[in-house]
Design a protein around this ligand. Structure first.
Ligand code: ADP
Length: 163
């Protein structure tokens, strides 16, 4: 599997599936979640409602509707509470479960946002390391993963980890 770091807006990614950093209700929120719902259109909220929520560390797929991506894989990252509340394992699970769901729906190219590093407060450098480590060690049919950084600090961190 090839892993690329890219700075940009995940809603514009033409991959098979983009991953959403959702909250457990799956009914939309701010940050990347809000941007994905705006770009996908109101059908996405209806599809999410039918899923009945999602546990932290788990992932569930919907169509992408008006997005360039065919699918959205919604995963729920942990809220950072200092790091001793299972946050690293739950964040690792987000990346692994998203790849498993990608395999289930036959998605071969994926784009991930920096899960949990916005409102949920996960330290950016540690989150980036968890992302890269868990993607590299996964056994999956996914060919390409694009790590989408929304800010320069995250982009630089991904570049360092991947080089
Ligand atoms: P969480 O609640 O999991 O912390 P946020 O949406 O608040 O989720 O932030 C997760 C990451 O997504 C942050 O690094 C934020 O800068 C980034 N982000 C926000 N909007 C976008 C976007 N349109 N494309 C890619 N990344 C985004």
């Amino acid at each position: 599997m090839r892993i690329e770091a890219v700075k940009g807006d995940i809603t514009r990614e033409s991959v098979d599936a983009i991953v959403n950093a959702a909250n457990s209700s799956l009914l939309g929120g701010g940050g990347v979640d809000g941007a994905i719902h705006r770009a996908a259109g109101p059908e996405l909220r209806d599809a999410c409602r039918a899923l009945g929520g999602c546990a932290t560390g788990d992932a569930k797929a919907t169509p992408g509707f008006r997005l360039p991506a065919r699918w959205v894989i919604h995963t729920v990252g942990p809220v950072w509470r200092g790091g001793h509340d299972g946050e690293p394992e739950l964040l690792a699970s987000c990346y692994r479960r998203s790849l498993e769901v990608a395999d289930e729906i036959g998605a071969r190219s994926l784009a991930f946002p920096a899960i949990s590093t916005g409102v949920y407060g996960y330290p950016r450098n540690e989150a980036a390391a968890i992302a890269v480590r868990n993607l590299r060690s996964a056994s999956t049919g996914v060919d390409v993963v694009r790590l989408i950084a929304f800010d320069d600090e995250t982009a630089a961190r991904y570049e360092t980890l991947l080089s």
